[in-house]
Write a protein that binds this ligand. Structure first.
Ligand code: DC
Length: 237
């Protein structure tokens, strides 16, 4: 079933959230942002009073998961949005505190397996866009559409600073680039599901591309592929 998932992976601020959302809109299919799931688990841990500086470990999360409810629900606008313990946390998942703990949280095997199961369940929706770090490598290796977006650290820091909803108090281009580089380092060197392109992923360097160009390129690739398969071409549009 997961062969019809459009997997868009890449490092922080590579433009993949914006691109993934627009590709989904263009193809009229659901969009799932898995980074938000890791952020919501981190927020849930902080709200449950876990001191993530000293207690970011399997035992703490094993206890937390007994009571944590995490779902993707359609919001009032009909878009899938993360729901934590019965409410939409909104921008709280993008706070600097959550951002500073999310990588070590995402490196814990218990967290990855808890969320992987939820992510795989989305295959039941049919054709969807799923965005993250390991969608093409671990969650849906059978996907026919795998894209890995990259951009230079400077370009990514500039985008992050301009991004609506990110709260970077007093941040500079240098400090944001350094934080992004550190997040990349943790994400790509962790033992479980490290950030890396799938061998059969198409790598798209977006440094010199506008968002629209990337969206047109990816959706064009998918439509071209689907058009060459008479049996399913109608399902994309
Ligand atoms: O895409 P983002 O920056 O919102 O992701 C937040 C964190 O979650 C980031 O440190 C990487 C991690 N993540 C992951 O490990 N696997 C995913 N599929 C998605 C995100």
């Amino acid at each position: 079933m997961g062969d019809r998932v459009i997997a868009i992976d890449g490092p922080a601020a590579s433009g993949k959230s914006t691109v993934a959302e627009l590709v989904a809109e263009k193809l009229s299919i659901p969009y799932i942002n898995t980074g938000n799931m890791y952020r919501a688990v981190t927020l849930g841990a902080l709200r449950a009073g876990i001191d993530l500086k000293t207690k970011c470990d399997e035992a703490s999360f094993s206890r937390l998961f007994k009571n944590l409810q995490l779902d993707y629900k359609r919001n009032a606008a009909g878009c899938y949005e993360i729901e934590l313990n019965g409410e939409f946390p909104g921008n709280a998942i993008r706070s600097p505190e959550v951002a500073s703990f999310v990588s070590p949280v995402a490196a814990l095997p218990i967290v990855r397996s808890w969320l992987s199961q939820k992510q795989r369940d989305f295959a039941a929706l049919g054709m969807i866009v799923m965005e993250g770090r390991d969608i093409g490598t671990v969650i849906f290796p059978e996907s026919r559409f795998k894209f890995f977006l990259t951009a230079t650290p400077e370009a990514r820091a500039r985008r992050r600073l301009a991004q609506d909803g990110e709260n970077f108090d007093g941040a500079t281009l240098e400090s944001v680039a350094a934080a992004i580089a550190e997040r990349d380092r943790i994400d790509s060197t962790r033992k479980v599901a490290p950030l890396k392109p799938a061998v059969d992923a198409e790598i798209v360097d977006t440094t010199e591309m506008t968002i629209d160009e990337v969206v047109d390129y990816i959706s064009g690739r998918i439509m071209h592929y689907e058009d060459s398969r008479d049996d399913v071409s109608g399902a994309v549009r």
